[in-house]
Write a protein that binds this ligand. Structure first.
Ligand SMILES: [Zn+2]
Length: 112
């Protein structure tokens, strides 16, 4: 296995990778959130903090049952992004929005 010398984000290679960048601000990842928000029929502004992002998801739905479904989708989004990152690093793959989307769509079965 080759050791990476760069600390740049493996998805966009334009910024240093951080949790906030990888999960929220990366231009590639923003397409995931954009598509997800479009799918859910929501508008949003990406916050500067992952915890605030999670809290925003808690506040958009009034019922506990629906909120639980949203949290599953939120966690599935993070999981899909992480899996896509792994694919790039360990399999020399490419970030595929459709693959992340497929993971998200599977999570819907477990949601509300
Ligand atoms: Zn990036």
């Amino acid at each position: 296995m080759e050791v990476r010398s760069s600390t740049n984000c493996v998805l966009c290679n334009s910024r240093e990778e951080s949790v906030i960048h990888l999960f929220l601000h990366c231009v590639k990842v923003q397409k995931v959130w954009d598509k997800l928000m479009w799918w859910l029929g929501l508008n949003y502004i990406i916050p500067n903090n992952l915890f605030v992002h999670h809290e925003c998801w808690s506040q958009v739905v009034p019922s506990k049952k629906l909120r639980n479904g949203f949290w599953i989708i939120w966690h599935a989004a993070l999981w899909g992004i992480w899996k896509a990152r792994d694919e790039v690093i360990f399999n020399n793959g490419a970030f595929e929005l459709d693959e992340v989307w497929r993971i998200l769509r599977c999570s819907r079965r477990f949601g509300a």
